[in-house]
Design a protein around this ligand. Structure first.
Ligand code: SF4
Ligand code: SF4
Length: 448
């Protein structure tokens, strides 16, 4: 489909049907965000983003202020870390990520004063380069879950980009934090888009929202009515509508070539909360110190959207919301793509949009049985992959076959495991297969 054709076809509603329908369970969607008080401690791991770990710039007993730089790395792909509170550094300790890796974390005891660092002041923005430099200095990362450094994503040639996509799909069940952002702080979102369009020269923006959020669609259409560059596009509520390649295809009919980026086909994509945060940072100079998370699941007594300080320990959030039973599983993020947490000290990360806790009954372990060749995993995969065959090739260590099956294109959405009647661990297998394939390709490149 040509680019101009697809744009005309998309207009205000796309009927593209990639993905599957799953229960939304968004019972917190109409609850106003509640601000959680300062926790007893803030824990800041030195990797709260995709990319290189930061190096702690503070030591035990140091005083820190709100917005003070406390973790920095020289690497290109990284994002500086700032203190969300004023207080005293209690210790530098080891913390374990959910993938088993460990890292250094700065533990801060808040003093309750919330004194702001002198360095916090609005950046001077004169052109797109100064906006990119400011966003890099802010440490902002993609707030929809990816955690990729925002300034780095903006630091690219946008001359052939004709649309700035804004992701307000929020397709993960249970989560409603992006929805609350759109209905509670819509002006920040619109301001962020206008700023990026004005300075980058990208001619237009599409705010993409699933049709199960009619209030957000109506509100943002009203607010963008005075700027013909900005349109709100209604998308069918199908999972994983928010995955970057899926939303691009569904919104604009464009496909990213293997190994390529969205900018190769004329688009750039930002999460809606990230876009609002750009406007807030430019206005105030305050790095991201708080974020909204949806706290839900049948083990939570009072499900809600909470505004929490980045680095707040999981256990303190569960205490604040109350438990209706002992949770058998705690997940940071959504149920489809989130990660199980075992350490209740594990803190809220910058890119985390949910915290879920489920009872034993909700976490029943299903026995894996033999594949019945039903093809459901293949027909449901939004990337048109063949999870069952990728799993087979991975188990044999057949890298050439993994390459032929394009295992590296998996977006980790979890649908294949969700639909599989044999309860095969397909998502995990395909994820590992993709990593193996990428590693082998890197090795081969090094040899060549
Ligand atoms: S193979 Fe990857 S992209 Fe396809 S359904 Fe499974 S997890 Fe999703
Ligand atoms: S969905 Fe499960 S049972 Fe069906 S083909 Fe795929 S792996 Fe086999």
């Amino acid at each position: 489909m040509g680019r101009s054709d697809s744009t005309a076809q998309a207009r205000l509603r796309s009927n593209n049907r990639m993905g599957v329908i799953i229960p939304h369970n968004k019972a917190t969607a109409e609850l106003e965000t509640v601000e959680m008080p300062l926790p007893s401690q803030i824990i800041l791991p030195m990797q709260m983003h995709i990319g290189a770990q930061c190096v702690p710039l503070v030591k035990r007993k140091d005083h820190v202020d709100v917005g003070q730089l406390v973790g920095h790395a020289e690497a290109r792909t990284t994002a500086d870390i700032f203190s969300p509170v004023s207080g005293t550094v209690k210790e530098l300790r080891t913390i374990y990520y959910s993938n088993g890796r460990n890292d250094v974390a700065i533990v801060i005891e808040p003093d309750g004063e919330q004194t702001v660092a002198e360095t916090v002041k609005p950046p001077v923005i004169t052109d797109y380069a100064s906006l990119v430099a400011a966003i890099k200095a802010s440490g902002l990362v993609g707030l929809g879950g990816a955690g990729y450094p925002t300034g780095l994503k903006m630091d690219t040639d946008l001359s052939s980009v004709d649309c700035w996509l804004v992701n307000g799909a929020e397709c993960e069940p249970y989560l409603s934090s992006d929805y609350r952002e759109m209905v509670e702080r819509p002006q920040d979102l619109i301001d962020g888009i206008k700023l990026c369009l004005d300075l980058s020269g990208v001619p237009r923006s599409l705010i993409c929202i699933e049709d199960n959020k009619p209030k957000a669609i109506e509100l943002l259409r009203k607010m963008a009515a005075d700027d013909p560059r900005i349109q709100v596009l209604e998308l069918p509520a199908r999972y994983p509508q928010g995955a970057s390649r899926v939303i691009l295809k569904n919104a604009m009919g464009r496909a990213v070539p293997r190994g390529g980026h969205l900018t190769d086909v004329g688009a750039i994509l930002f999460n809606c909360t990230t876009m609002g945060e750009i406007a807030r940072y430019v206005r105030t100079g305050m790095p991201l110190i708080q974020r909204r998370i949806t706290v839900m699941g049948d083990a939570i007594a009072n499900p809600q959207n909470l505004m929490v300080y980045v680095g707040t320990p999981t256990g303190e959030i569960l205490d604040f919301c109350g438990l209706s039973c002992e949770p058998a599983k705690v997940i940071s993020g959504g149920p489809m793509m989130g990660a199980t947490q075992v350490d209740m000290d594990y803190p809220v990360m910058r890119q985390q949009s949910g915290l879920l806790a489920f009872s034993e009954a909700m976490c029943a372990v299903h026995e894996t049985t033999a594949c019945i060749h039903c093809d459901k995993c293949i027909s449901s995969c939004p990337m048109r992959l063949s999870p069952v065959n990728i799993q087979k090739a991975y188990r044999k260590g057949d890298v050439a076959e993994l390459d032929r099956l394009m295992a590296d294109l998996c977006v980790g959405c979890g649908i294949c495991s969700y639909v599989c009647p044999a309860k095969q661990p397909l998502t995990q297998s395909v994820g590992l297969a993709g990593k193996l394939l990428k590693a082998e390709k890197r090795k081969a490149k090094g040899r060549g």
